[in-house]
Design a protein around this ligand. Structure first.
Ligand code: FPP
Length: 255
C-alpha cells in the first residue's frame, strides 16, 4: 500500500460517522491557478477538477453524508472569456453523460439549483435527463449550483412571496423564516452544516447566503484539482472539532 493511501485511511478512520455534517457545500476554486502553475491553459484545470468532483462525491457517499452541493458555475461566471464558458458547458455535458451510470450504481440523486434556463440547450437537456433518471435514488443527493447566484435566488423568492400576497393566497403575518426558506431553490435541502472553499480565498461569493446563517466555514489553500479524498476527510475532521453554539454559551452547549 502506498504512503498516501495509508494516510487517507488513517484520516478516514478518525471520522465519527455518527456526527457527520448532513449537508456539505463546496466552492470549488483554483482550477485556473492550478493549471497556470503547471504551464497549462485554464481549461486543463477544469478538466482535472472533474476528478476531484468524483473523489469528493465518492468520499461523501461512502461515509454516509446525505447532501453534497457543488458550486460549479456562478451567475457571475458568465462574464468569463467566451471560450472558457463554452469549455465549461461542454465539460458539464460530457461529465453528466459519463458519470450517469456511476450515479445510478451508487444510488445518488442528481439535483440542480440556479437559473438553469440560461444554460445552453444541450446542457439543459443532459441535466434534465440525468435528474429524471436518478430521481428515485436515495443514498445521497448531489446538487450542482449552475448559473447560480444567491441574491438572484432571494430576489426570486421575494417576488414569488409578494405575488402570493397580492393574489390573496398568503397573509403578511404568515411570512417567517420557514416560509422564506420554502421559496428558495434549496427548499428541498437542509441548510449546509459545512462549507468548504478551496484555493485560499476566504469569501462566500454569492453562494447560499440565506442558507449559511449557521454553517461552519472551512478554508484550505489547496487548489480544487488537488482536493482529493484525504483533503475531504481533513475538512470533516475539522468540522467535528468545532463547537457549534447557535447563539448559546459554551457551558449551555456542553450541558
Ligand atoms: C473555479 O476555479 C472553478 C470553476 C468556476 C468551475 C468548476 C468546474 C469544475 C470543477 C468542472 C465541472 C464540474 C462539474 C460538476 C461537472 P477558477 O477557474 O475560478 O480558478 P482560479 O480562481 O484559479 O482562476
Amino acid at each position: 500500500m502506498k504512503v498516501a493511501e495509508t494516510a487517507e485511511i488513517l484520516l478516514k478512520n478518525q471520522i465519527d460517522t455518527t456526527q457527520l455534517p448532513e449537508h456539505i457545500a463546496i466552492i470549488m476554486d483554483g482550477n485556473g491557478r492550478w493549471a497556470k502553475s503547471k504551464g497549462k491553459l485554464r481549461v486543463f484545470g477544469h478538466t482535472n477538477g472533474v476528478k476531484s468532483v468524483r473523489a469528493v462525491t465518492e468520499a461523501c457517499a461512502e461515509l454516509g453524508v446525505n447532501y453534497l452541493t457543488l458550486y460549479a458555475f456562478s451567475s457571475e461566471n458568465w462574464s468569463r472569456p467566451r471560450a472558457e464558458v463554452a469549455a465549461l458547458m461542454e465539460l458539464l455535458v460530457h461529465t453528466i453523460r459519463k458519470e450517469l451510470k456511476t450515479l445510478q450504481d451508487n444510488d445518488i440523486k442528481l439535483n440542480a439549483i440556479g437559473h438553469l434556463g440560461n444554460l445552453p440547450d444541450k446542457c439543459k437537456l443532459e441535466l434534465e435527463e440525468a435528474i429524471k433518471m436518478t430521481k428515485n435514488n436515495s443514498r445521497m443527493t448531489l446538487t450542482l449550483a449552475l448559473s447560480y447566484g444567491s441574491r438572484n435566488e432571494i430576489v426570486d423568492a421575494v417576488r414569488s412571496i409578494a405575488l402570493d400576497v397580492k393574489n390573496g393566497d398568503l397573509s403578511i403575518d404568515d411570512i417567517d423564516d420557514q416560509l422564506v426558506a420554502n421559496h428558495l431553490y434549496t427548499h428541498n435541502l437542509p441548510d449546509p452544516e459545512l462549507l468548504i472553499r478551496t484555493s485560499g480565498e476566504q469569501r462566500i461569493s454569492n453562494f447560499m447566503l440565506w442558507q449559511m446563517a449557521y454553517t461552519e466555514l472551512y478554508f484550505t489553500p489547496t487548489f480544487w484539482p488537488d482536493f482529493q479524498k484525504e483533503e475531504m476527510y481533513k475538512a470533516i475532521l475539522a468540522f467535528q472539532n468545532r463547537e457549534r453554539r447557535f447563539g448559546k454559551t459554551s457551558e449551555q452547549v456542553k450541558a
